[in-house]
Design a binder for this molecule. Structure first.
Ligand code: KIV
Length: 272
């Protein structure tokens, strides 16, 4: 299939808007380090998200809450050094934007200045509107995130699918419209019914990127290590495995151990 935006040398928020207009789906994946980001940069991936899922994937925490702004900046600047084409979006970590719009702006400015990323993402709707407005007023593009918002896991008490009841579904619709009106360039919708996500994608003009939100949205995002089969213990229904690299890595390491023990490595050509 010929993609409409293949010739684009740098994906911008405007390119994403065009993709939505022309019905070309947006492909987004996470990255947290230079080596993986280099592999992503060899492809035509549209958006690279330095997600606060780094707290789980890179640091082994059960939730995304503990990761700090300093840590996100280290991960994000490594990713930015590797990426030429994709739009790089950085998650604002828990506690750096909620309830204090001045702090939100200061956090977003640090991310943009110290990493060279293209945009920030933050979780929530009306309750974080003031923070979003202030960040946008500094010319920093903001991606919203509604539905399952993992930074609120202690409020939800579960990672189960959100907005299955009318009241919450209406709130998500309301928030999506508010985030569009205030000027977010795109929204992530996480783990909501496909029909709801499809309805929102039709109603708003900005791209809706789904994760566990069905196919009627404008694009998809997955955590890279999940879809590659590296984070093997995490298998939600929405996840499609595009590889079994966890098993491949373990097998390679097992072979290395065996070669070292049997002195099959190094051989004559592998020494000086
Ligand atoms: O942190 C993250 O990786 C995310 C995606 C799951 C959307 O927010």
């Amino acid at each position: 299939m010929a993609y409409l935006q293949t010739d684009v040398t740098k994906v911008t928020t405007r390119v994403l808007q065009n993709m939505k207009l022309h019905g070309e789906k947006i492909a987004m994946l996470t990255a947290y380090d230079f080596s993986m980001a280099r592999l992503l940069d060899r492809t035509k991936i549209d958006v690279v998200l330095v997600g606060d899922s780094a707290a789980n994937v890179m640091e082994g925490y059960k939730t995304t809450l503990p990761i700090t702004l300093d840590e996100m900046i280290v991960y994000a600047s490594a990713v930015v050094r590797a990426i030429n084409r994709a739009l790089v979006v950085v998650d604002m970590p828990f506690g750096t934007y909620q309830g204090n719009s001045k702090q939100a702006l200061a956090s977003a400015i640090r991310i943009m200045k110290e990493t060279g990323a293209d945009a920030v993402k933050l979780e929530g709707g009306e309750e974080v509107l003031e923070s979003i407005q202030r960040i946008l007023s500094a010319g920093i593009p903001v991606m919203g995130h509604l539905g399952l918002t993992p930074q609120s896991i202690n409020k939800f008490g579960t990672y189960a699918v959100r907005a299955t009841e009318e009241e919450e579904a209406n709130r998500v619709i309301h928030d999506a419209h508010i985030l569009e009106e205030v000027g977010c360039f795109a929204l992530v919708l996480e783990k909501v019914p496909a029909a709801l996500a499809g309805r929102i994608a039709k109603e708003v003009k900005i791209p809706i990127i789904g994760i566990g939100a069905g196919s009627e949205v404008d694009g998809q995002v997955l955590v890279l290590q999940d879809m590659l089969g590296i984070t093997q213990q995490f298998k939600p229904r929405y996840l499609r495995l595009y590889g079994t690299f966890g098993d491949d890595i373990s097998a390679a390491i097992q072979q290395y151990i065996s070669d070292v023990k049997t002195v099959a490595f190094p051989n004559e050509k592998e020494q000086y």
